[in-house]
Design a protein around this ligand. Structure first.
Ligand SMILES: Cc1ncc(COP(=O)(O)O)c(C=O)c1O
Length: 387
């Protein structure tokens, strides 16, 4: 694959590119990548389209997609999953919202970490629930969770759910065995269910990090809902296909009841893409991880050379959290945009002092972004030239 060369999305309806349409600001926010999907995924989708009938398909009856999930989880994460445990959802966002609805009553507490993916921060309030936050804290150059806060919050009788984000978005850490053990010990001691958003779990970039699914932890097996998808890893997020793995039958029934009548079936193209991703795109996966690793290392090094900015190497994801309080400006997003770079605003993640850059793009785009961030005149000159 040649990840240096990508289709032009500037004049498409892509969400990421619409935001800055008509400007020369580089969109480096929403978490999809600029890369073309694996040829095997595109070919599977074409095959489905060529059949010509796009009627109903019940996801649990799509044998190929269900077998593919089982195969992938076994191969990538050494997790033996039973077909019954798989609950297809048209997105991870509806899935963690369904978990809130299924497991909590008005006034209950839900724990989330911060900074965090905005819909995760928003979920508790959407269901009349209180949000309790656990900070991601830097320890020995790596982000981990504030476990004392987790323990304090979990011990409250009204706390029913911890929506974990692992690998962490935006800070990029992957929980170690010891960390997941601590989550399990705390949550099971206080009867708090863990709903683990693991959408970035197949984007682990650091060799010393290994993703451990919550549901495959012996203590969490019966106390967890694990959320995954092929969407981020294989760049098929627009197809709306995700799945929850819920080994506990009662928990699964409650989750299914909460979704009833509200959540549509995953569409056939999402199922076909997931099947192809998990069975026929291994080489593409390997190559995209290599490319992302190069992008990450370049970006972290460059960001740390800019006065006022700092970043910690993320172990996973194609997202870099940049701490910008050293700039001494009120609005770090405006500072980036004035230089022609459009990251995600830190305020959306609950931490206005930072911003998040998406590095799932050609290296040349990253290099342009860095030149612009380093030199305020760079963007002005580029704009002059484009007139
Ligand atoms: C942690 C996390 N969860 C969920 C999502 C979105 O999931 P979906 O599009 O499947 O609803 C994202 C997208 O950026 C994400 O980063």
């Amino acid at each position: 694959m040649n990840f240096d060369s990508c289709p032009d999305r500037a004049n498409t309806d892509a969400f990421k590119w619409k935001k800055y349409a008509g400007t020369d600001i580089l969109p480096m926010w929403v978490a999809d990548m600029e890369f073309t999907c694996a040829p095997s995924i595109l070919s599977a989708l074409r095959g489905e389209i060529d059949h010509g009938v796009l009627g109903y398909t019940l996801p649990s009856q799509h044998t190929g997609a269900n077998q593919a999930v089982k195969h992938w989880l076994k191969q990538q994460h050494q997790w033996d999953v039973e077909t019954d445990w798989i609950v297809w959802m048209p997105g991870v966002v509806p899935a963690f919202n369904a978990a809130c609805k299924a497991l909590c009553h008005a006034g209950d507490n839900v724990i989330v970490q911060t900074p965090n993916y905005p819909p995760l921060l928003a979920a508790p309030a959407l269901h009349g629930l209180n949000r309790l936050t656990v900070d991601c804290v830097l320890e020995d150059g790596r982000f981990t969770l504030d476990f004392d806060a987790l323990e304090r919050h979990a011990a409250l009788p009204e706390t029913k759910l911890f929506i974990l984000c692992n690998p962490m978005n935006p800070v990029g850490s992957v929980l170690t065995q010891a960390e997941l053990d601590r989550v399990a010990t705390i949550c099971t001691a206080h009867d708090v269910v863990v709903c683990s958003d693991e959408i970035h779990c197949d984007l682990v970039l650091s060799e010393n990090a290994k993703h451990l699914p919550a549901g495959n932890h012996s203590a969490l097996h019966e106390h967890s809902i694990t959320l995954m998808a092929a969407s981020k890893t294989f760049n098929v997020a627009g197809l709306g296909a995700a799945f929850a793995i819920i080994p506990n039958r009662q928990l699964r029934a409650r989750f299914n009841r909460a979704s009833q009548g509200m959540i549509p079936w995953v569409n056939i193209l999402g199922l076909v893409a997931t099947e192809a991703a998990f069975t026929q795109a291994e080489q593409w996966h390997h190559e995209v991880l290599q490319y992302l690793r190069g992008n990450r290392d370049y970006l972290v090094k460059q960001i740390n050379q800019i006065d006022g900015l700092s970043a910690v190497t993320p172990e996973a994801t194609f997202l870099l959290w940049v701490e910008a309080s050293g700039l001494g400006v009120n609005d770090t997003q405006a500072w980036c945009e004035s230089r022609g770079v459009g990251p995600s605003p830190g305020a959306d993640f609950g931490q206005a002092s930072g911003f998040r850059i998406n590095f799932g793009c050609p290296r040349a785009q990253l290099e342009t972004a860095i030149r612009r961030l380093k030199n305020a005149d760079e963007f002005a000159q580029a704009q002059q030239q484009s007139k």
